[in-house]
Design a protein around this ligand. Structure first.
Ligand code: SRM
Ligand code: SF4
Length: 509
């Protein structure tokens, strides 16, 4: 048995469309066959049923690192070609451009290529953006700088951006994360492969987790593969695991095709044996000396780098949304105050690294930092949201704007002693990673005054970093009308929130 996407791939591989872009531009979106609309996701072009004719374009940004030159090119592209002029930073420290037309695909892809950006294999049955520590090479306490490893994997799976026929025909999407710091900042446990820093016999390398998945059917953290690898084995092991998944992964019911289903079918021992065969040499057993020592930080604010005298400045980007003019401004700031480098985080924010201490105050006084604050309110600081109904056809509810407005209102009313991570997903597919939030919200339909309205299921207790744990369902089908009061109660009861007005009265008395 084979599912509809496998049938599409049998007729013509997804990647084949990369040679037909000029043709699609010439015929326009209405004439593109339905199967080619699916295949175009292999080159990062997502037809949006919500905004027909205006596409979403997903890039790759290994380890979330981009240059000011690239950010400037994106800003210019948005201003020239997008009706909404906006990009979104994603939960895989990546970028999606919005509002683009297929008629401009050749020009847009050419401009991206000129600045070293690619969209290849960013959707469908491919390895998604390879996530790594956002502070790799900067963090004074890091164990391993993972930047060369994320890049090496990205190059192997995309064939240096030219396209990899074999690895773009996986049974399903695939996620890889490499953490080199002591806080698991790249969320190893929610990826199909997660590398966690560890030491064995005096050598520093990684323990390996496999099979993490969040979707409408299941939310299962990755489990140990029971192996330890050296840094130079990270990319070959990733390819070995991908080979096993490619050759043996289930390709029938689409809902049972993620790698964890293969591990379920085989058991982890047989899975490990097959990976070892594909790897071509015995795998060392897992180390019992892992380096995950802290709860995860969000990297917002001003932080010392390992390079004396230098700082990275984490800017909070509300709901991860950046308009073209702000993209240009961000590029300018990275050039003027840093070395032109910009980092993206899985919390949908940005870091400007390599700021010398003598330029710090001037950067902090820049007007963009009023909007992208290094010191946001604790509630806004922890807000993450998936795309939702504005652009996503699978959404059950609108998320980004709703999440922002509601959080701003709560932040005005409540004083929070610590950040609270609230993660929104517009449907159970879990793109906003609700299972790792202190509070996770998943869009659903609910009843309110006898009417069917937008609602959410509420999860709580997600933990990232040391002793990570997925959040659990606490309330079902809460109508969005009741959400302000429900969230307010949860924040007061569980997170030490206090009503500002009452605090002010107390202080005055
Ligand atoms: Fe996702 C499908 C957006 C991270 C699980 N995801 C989609 C689509 C492509 C659906 C569609 O065609 O509209 C969404 C595009 C909407 C749009 O216009 O932006 C979409 N996913 C996103 C992003 C942009 C959310 C965000 O606002 O940050 C994230 C893009 C990451 C990237 O740069 O590649 C995004 N998606 C995730 C994550 C989180 C992660 O990777 O850590 C998950 C859960 C983790 C996982 O995969 O195990 C996730 N997305 C899904 C699923 C469920 C997959 C499954 O196994 O069933 C779907 C639906 C599907 O693939 O059939 C999906
Ligand atoms: Fe769309 Fe659902 Fe993913 Fe949100 S969680 S982006 S609504 S598929």
């Amino acid at each position: 048995m084979s599912n509809p996407i496998e049938k599409i791939k049998e007729v013509k591989p997804g990647l084949a469309v990369r040679h037909e872009l000029a043709h699609f531009a010439a015929i326009g979106w209405e004439a593109i066959p339905k199967d080619d609309l699916e295949r175009l996701k292999w080159v990062g072009w997502f037809f949006r049923k919500k905004t027909p004719g205006r596409w979403m374009v997903r890039l790759r940004a290994p380890n979330g690192i981009i240059s000011s030159q690239q950010m400037r090119a994106l800003g210019e592209l948005l201003q020239e070609f997008s009706d909404v002029q906006q990009l979104d930073i994603t939960t895989r420290q990546n970028i999606e451009l919005r509002g683009l037309r297929i008629e401009d695909i050749v020009e847009i892809m050419g401009r991206l290529e000129t600045v070293g950006l690619t969209t290849i294999q960013s959707g469908m049955d491919n390895v998604r953006n390879v996530v790594g520590s956002p502070v790799a090479g900067l963090d004074p306490s890091e164990v391993i700088d993972v930047r060369p490893l994320t890049l090496e994997i990205d190059n192997l799976i995309t064939n240096y951006g030219k396209g990899n026929e074999r690895l773009s025909n996986l049974p399903r999407k695939f996620n890889i994360s490499i953490t080199g710091d002591r806080e698991n900042s790249a969320h190893a446990e929610i990826n199909d492969i997660g590398f966690i820093p560890a030491a064995q016999d005096g050598a520093v390398g990684f323990n390996v987790l496999v099979g993490g998945v969040l979707n409408a059917q299941r939310a299962t953290p990755a489990i140990p593969l029971n192996c330890f690898v050296l840094p130079e084995q990270v990319a070959p092991l990733s390819v070995a695991i991908l080979d096993v998944f490619h050759d043996f992964g289930v390709r029938d019911a689409r809902t049972k095709t993620r790698m964890m289903h293969l591990i379920d079918d085989w058991g982890i021992e047989k899975f490990r044996q097959e990976v070892e065969k594909a790897f071509g040499e015995p795998l060392a057993p897992q180390s019992d000396h892992e380096f995950i020592d802290y709860a995860k930080r969000d990297h917002v604010g001003v932080h010392h780098q390992k390079q004396p005298g230098y700082y990275f400045v984490g800017l909070h980007v509300p709901i991860g949304r950046i308009y073209g003019d702000r993209a240009l401004e961000l590029a300018r700031l990275a050039d003027q105050y840093g070395t032109g480098e910009i980092r993206l985080t899985v919390e949908q924010s940005v870091l400007i690294p390599h700021v010398h201490e003598r330029h710090l105050n001037q950067l902090l006084a820049e007007s963009l930092l009023q909007e992208f604050s290094p010191n946001p309110d604790p509630l806004l600081r922890g807000l993450v949201s998936c795309t939702g109904a504005q652009f996503c056809n699978l959404a059950i509810i609108e998320t980004k704007e709703r999440a922002l407005k509601l959080t701003q209102a709560l932040a005005e009313e409540l004083y929070l002693p610590h950040p609270v991570r609230i993660h929104w997903s517009g449907c159970p597919n879990s793109c906003g990673q609700p299972q790792i939030g202190d509070i996770g919200l998943i869009g659903t339909k609910a009843k309110f005054n006898g009417q069917t309205v937008d609602g959410v299921n509420i999860l709580m207790g997600g933990k990232v970093g040391k002793d990570s744990k997925l959040a659990e369902l606490v309330y079902e089908k809460v109508p969005c009308e009741e959400l302000p009061s429900v969230l307010k109660s949860l924040l007061i009861e569980h997170f030490g929130a206090e009503v500002r007005e009452q605090l002010e009265q107390l202080e005055a008395s």
